[in-house]
Design a protein around this ligand. Structure first.
Ligand code: UT7
Length: 335
């Protein structure tokens, strides 16, 4: 048995900055409401035709590969987490294999929304632990902006989400006291519709039905979120799954050097910070600048934290996520 270890990180966000004031010009919202409820000041939106979920994932992956000091052909497997794939099918994993011109390794697409990167790390970790693969590329990437409702009707969701991508190279670690110590995954599908995008779907209504109905009041192809219900569940599940990860390794909150929560809402991060008695330095947040980038939020934050020298060798780094599904999970890492 081996452990897996993150040996390279990268992220990419589009240059196009969209401030709260920009949004208030197209819908009934304001900077004060958005900052007070979410902490978000601005987010990035792709320029249509310039970037996609796949292309941003590739850009982040190239940086991670270079920093890992490996060749693209050392990659044994690709995991791509997103809720906003370029195509309905196939998923973007295979496109990364082609775009990076990697040999014909397996490519897996993960559909676990805000928990997607944590689920992806967990999958990659298991392959490395068993010795099946040595180096796995894990990507989280999202384009939200092209699928949001930019009228006042959509303001409860639209102001929150942003575009971006992050990537990590996981590699074999012989010392099993180092690297990813454990991962913990959960789901509760009875709440699937509380944060969802229902159509088009093979089990509901397909694109042809939507076109035929041509109903301007139809919002089923926009994301729907029961915000307060999601918030209440998020704070409970974040706390539970962080505690579960610590306990599985005989650790306590006092052992945490850096917590990187999925950037869902700054108020959720602050609640969790308080619950675990952590200082501002022990929790990394960047939602102020990028909004909620779903599967990309943790790898972007992890990369920024690493770039800023906030992660040192031997640190205990905890990743935790909660989101649509509901799904949630944590990753406990000895850096
Ligand atoms: O990443 C996946 C997990 N996602 C989350 O964890 C998100 C969890 N939920 C949240 O972060 C919060 O629920 C939101 C930030 C989405 C919303 O905050 P809230 O405090 O729960 O607001 P609310 O939805 O209860 O809405 C309060 C009021 C409503 O007006 P009335 O009915 O009180 O008159 C909304 O219509 O705020 C109104 N509102 C807005 N006003 C200005 C909703 N969105 C906006 C907006 N600008 N963008």
């Amino acid at each position: 048995m081996y452990n897996s270890k993150i040996i390279g990180l990268g992220y990419f966000v589009p240059e196009n900055v969209v401030t709260n004031d920009d949004l208030s010009k197209v819908m009934d919202t304001d900077d004060e409401w958005i900052q007070e409820r979410t902490g978000i000041k601005e987010r990035r939106h792709v320029i249509k035709g310039e970037d996609t979920t796949m292309s941003m994932g590739v850009k982040a992956a190239k940086i991670a590969i270079e920093r890992a000091g490996i060749d693209k052909d050392d990659i044994d497997f690709i995991v791509f987490a997103t809720l906003s794939p370029d195509y309905y099918f196939p998923g973007p994993g295979v496109m990364v294999q082609s775009d990076l011109d990697i040999k014909t390794v397996g490519a897996l697409d993960v559909r676990n929304q805000c928990s997607g990167f944590v689920y992806g790390l967990s999958v990659a970790d298991q392959y490395i632990k068993t010795g099946m693969y040595k180096n796995v590329l894990v990507i989280g990437s999202e384009v939200h902006s092209t699928g949001l409702d930019f009228t006042t009707r959509g303001r409860g969701v639209t102001v929150i989400f942003g575009d971006g991508a992050g990537a990590a190279i996981l590699s074999r670690e012989e010392d099993t006291t180092n690297g990813i110590l454990s991962t913990h995954l959960h789901s509760e599908g009875q709440h699937a519709e509380e944060l969802s995008l229902i159509a088009p779907g093979m089990g509901t209504r397909w694109v042809t039905d939507i076109i035929k109905e041509n109903d301007p009041s139809d919002v089923s192809y926009y994301p729907h979120m029961n915000g307060q219900f999601v918030f209440k569940n998020a704070v409970v599940r974040f706390s539970e799954v962080i505690m579960e990860g610590l306990m599985a390794n005989g650790l306590t909150n006092k052992d945490i050097d850096l917590l990187i929560p999925h950037q869902a809402n700054l108020r959720i991060s602050q609640f969790v910070q308080k619950k675990f008695g952590l200082s501002d330095k022990q929790v990394f947040n960047n939602i102020m600048r990028y909004g909620n980038t779903t599967a990309a939020s943790i790898p972007i934050a992890l990369t920024e934290a690493w770039e800023q020298g906030k992660i040192k060798q031997g640190d205990l780094v905890v990743l935790a996520a909660f989101g649509s599904g509901f799904t949630w999970g944590s990753v406990i890492i000895r850096w």
